[in-house]
Design a protein around this ligand. Structure first.
Ligand SMILES: NCc1[nH]cc(CCC(=O)O)c1CC(=O)O
Length: 308
């Protein structure tokens, strides 16, 4: 392998949001450490994405998955960047030809965090409370437990959302614990157990996309891959792939590995939370990805035509 140098660095592509930048710096730090190279052998290149540019409309309205990744993938294909760092939760199931999601960092906390200045837990919210969220999954899950709640559209970074809470637009909001950890906002951690609120598929998992034929990137990234995290995320994505997985369908899924087996919990909901189909599956690691796909098909069959 030709090693990258400060004059010819490996180009790490990322979105420009504070969370994306934190994740890109995390990857750069791991690459430098793994190969005992100075950090300036790895250059961080910010790519503007549709999901970041359009701030005034719900994500589910602007388009499906890929809003945060399309431009990064175009930059990979054009060789403006060599690797792209993603929150796997935002990565579409189908990648463009010639690209591969090759590398998964050890998974972070998978849970959602309940954030409110007034109430300690989700269950403590008074009747009719207004909750801010832009996630149709979180909204459907909350409505399923608490049909009395009302919802307002809430986008933007952590600071923007806290300002909206302070302005009284809502009394609570939800954010992924993983993002809060990576941004150093651990004061806001207030995890909701997955049994109460099943996270999004691949929540908390950073992955790295590259050109499939790029031997240098493959060699540099190999020591960063966490095989267990790669497997559980593959199981969840196999589940999602069967369920269409557009941003308009509320879907939750979490796979966890123990004793050579993978347990998958999955659910699909009506957007208003009125109907939920969920179940748990378990299989040896070797069969787990196929189990994820079968689980998706099973929920689809139970839900019946027209549910999604
Ligand atoms: N679509 C936004 C997004 N994509 C990934 C994360 C969190 C980090 C992660 O799941 O790895 C977030 C923010 C959030 O849901 O609070």
């Amino acid at each position: 392998m030709t090693e990258p140098t400060p004059d010819s660095p490996l180009k790490i592509g990322t979105r420009g949001s504070p969370l994306a930048l934190a994740q890109a710096h995390e990857v750069r730090g791991r690459l430098a450490t793994a190969h005992s190279l100075p950090e300036d052998c790895f250059a961080i290149t910010v790519i503007q994405t549709t999901g970041d540019a359009v701030q005034d409309r719900p994500l589910s309205e602007i388009g499906g998955k890929g809003l945060f990744t399309k431009e990064l993938e175009a930059a990979l294909i054009d060789r403006r960047i060599d690797i792209a760092v993603h929150s796997t939760k935002d990565v579409a199931n189908l990648l463009p030809d010639g690209l591969t999601l090759s590398t998964f960092l050890p998974r972070e906390d998978v849970r959602d965090s309940f954030i409110s200045r007034k109430y300690a837990t989700f269950d403590a919210l008074p009747q009719g409370s207004v909750v801010g969220t832009s996630s149709i999954r979180r909204r459907a899950q909350m409505a399923a437990r608490r049909p009395d709640l009302r919802f307002v559209e809430f986008r933007g970074n952590v600071q923007t959302r806290l300002a909206k809470l302070d302005a009284g637009l809502a009394v609570a909001t939800l954010l992924a614990c993983a993002g809060l950890n990576r941004l150093g906002q651990t004061d806001l951690l207030n995890p909701i157990p997955p049994e109460t609120m099943l996270p999004a598929v691949a929540q908390g998992a950073i992955s790295i996309e590259q050109r499939a034929d790029d031997a240098q990137a493959s060699a540099l990234l190999a020591p960063l891959n966490d095989a267990d995290s790669a497997l559980v995320v593959a199981v969840e994505r196999a589940f999602l792939a069967e369920l269409d997985g557009s941003c308009r369908t509320p879907i939750g899924g979490l796979a966890q590995m123990q004793d050579g087996h993978v347990t998958l919990r999955g659910e699909i909901l009506k957007p208003d939370g009125s109907i939920t189909h969920s179940d748990t599956w378990r299989a040896p690691c070797a069969d787990a990805v196929e189990m994820g796909a079968a689980a998706g098909r099973e929920l689809l069959r139970r839900a019946g035509p027209g549910f999604l």
